[in-house]
Design a protein around this ligand. Structure first.
Ligand code: C2O
Length: 445
């Protein structure tokens, strides 16, 4: 169906309320079940959602305040919940072998002993990740800390999560599953609403951008009034200072924390957030900001300095590893170092406490220049260089997902911190992970 632009208002996913607190741990309950979501005008769309919602409810949690999440599976399929970017024990990572059977529950433990940032949770049932998250199983996990709260960044209703996802629809407004050859949906959703509009005041807003696409929906965002996006944070926390950019590519699973300053635009202005990647039949207009009100109360200017980024010293690295990402189209598999994922195999064994440098190369053939989005569970990394050159200032912070174009090579540095056990690393174009581009590490003592 043709989708009318800006016909519906943006919705903000509700914040999940904790059930109780016991022995210093906050307990939350979530059930994964079917639901109906108002995505398009008219008929609602059947979805699978956390608490039957799409996107799922937002966790708002504090640094060093651990939580447990009791997840109940009310769908008739195996599911596994993964906290993307989470520094969590292996048993809470949603690994293959740790699925929740239909009707069962599983309790996940999230220590929250990591940097404040925009994290998210989604289904991780191997082989079905892209399908399950397409059906709606994803939501925000916002980790706050007092240091960040002291920075005078826009907060409260001016701190707005925006999850961007692509979908196809049938005429009855139900999700249509992609067919082979379709790489990204033709309708763009923001917080589960197709091409919405959002009324803003004349002031700066913080937008926590997340590309939550389940397929290959890369986006490249810009504002149609030419105003910059001030990037203040990456996947794993804030940058040292805001970095203004004119356009911002975001790959599936990447988060960019940005400030948009509407204080310089006239009341009544309508500013469109555009996506330059629109060869999938999708509209370039993602959503619209309608500047309808004066700023209420005192407005802090955008801080000049944010945090001190602790950088890992490459000289301290005790291990160098190389990973080749490449497809074998003859067998229809996508591979890391020539191998497809095997849950019974451990591919690498990093040592607890070790600093490692990983060279990750996209060695896809030039005839088929498929990009990959390399993602590590458990650890955040810094990009040392991309094809020998330092990363752009806006991607110089802590990250857990990074785009590697065909023919390119990047070097990442990371330190294996708090937990031993099994974790995954994979391409976060989830169709690629499902096709085998995933591997397993075991962090050992
Ligand atoms: Cu969001 Cu294994 O990933």
């Amino acid at each position: 169906p043709a989708v009318e632009l800006f016909a519906q208002k943006l919705r903000i996913p509700p914040v999940l309320v904790r059930k109780y607190r016991k022995w210093g741990v906050d307990y939350y309950g979530v059930s994964m079940r079917e639901g109906l979501a108002q995505i398009l005008p008219g008929a609602k769309t059947p979805i699978w959602g956390y608490n039957g919602q799409f996107p799922g409810p937002t966790f708002k949690v504090e640094k060093n305040r651990p939580i447990k999440v009791i997840q109940k599976n009310k769908l008739d399929k195996e599911l596994a919940v993964h906290l993307h970017g989470g520094n969590v024990p292996s048993s809470s990572d949603g690994l293959p072998g740790d699925e929740i059977q239909p009707g069962d529950t599983r309790t996940y433990f999230y220590p929250n002993a990591q940097q404040a940032s925009t994290y998210w949770y989604h289904d991780h049932k191997h082989g079905l990740e892209s399908f399950n998250s397409y059906m709606g199983l994803s939501g925000y996990y916002l980790l706050h800390d007092w240091r960040e709260d002291r920075l005078d960044l826009p907060r409260g209703k001016y701190d707005v999560p925006l999850i961007i996802q692509d979908r196809f629809f049938n005429d009855d407004n139900s999700f249509r599953l992609p067919v082979p050859g379709e790489f990204a949906g033709d309708v763009t959703l923001v917080n589960g609403v197709a091409h919405p509009r959002f009324e803003v005041e004349r002031r700066p807003y913080r937008f926590r951008l997340l590309n939550g696409s389940s397929m290959d929906g890369l986006v490249d965002l810009s504002l149609d009034n030419g105003a910059p996006l001030y990037v203040i944070g990456n996947d794993g926390g804030l940058l040292e200072k805001p970095v203004p950019v004119q356009h911002l590519p975001i790959a599936p699973s990447e988060r960019y924390d940005v400030i948009v300053d509407f204080s310089k635009v006239a009341l009544g202005a309508k500013i469109v957030l555009r996506n330059a990647v629109n060869f999938f039949g999708n509209r370039a207009e993602v959503m619209r900001f309608d500047v309808t009100k004066k700023a209420q109360g005192y407005v802090h200017p955008i801080p000049k300095k944010l945090v001190h980024l602790h950088r890992l010293d490459p000289k301290r690295a005790s291990k160098h590893r190389t990973f080749d990402l490449r497809s074998n189209l003859e067998v229809g598999q996508m591979l890391i170092n020539g191998k497809a994922f095997d849950p019974a195999r451990i591919d690498i064994k990093p040592k607890l406490g070790a600093t490692e440098i990983w060279t990750v190369r996209n060695t896809e053939a030039p005839e088929l220049p498929i990009p990959h989005v390399f993602h590590t569970h458990l650890v955040q990394f810094h990009i040392l260089d991309r094809d020998g050159k330092p990363p752009a200032a806006h991607e110089a912070g802590w990250k857990d997902s990074v785009t590697i174009e065909a023919g390119s090579s990047i070097r990442l540095i990371m330190r294996f911190g708090d937990f031993t056990g099994r974790y995954l690393y994979h391409c976060h174009l989830l169709g690629h992970a499902d096709a085998g581009m995933m591997a397993q590490m075991e962090v050992v003592r």
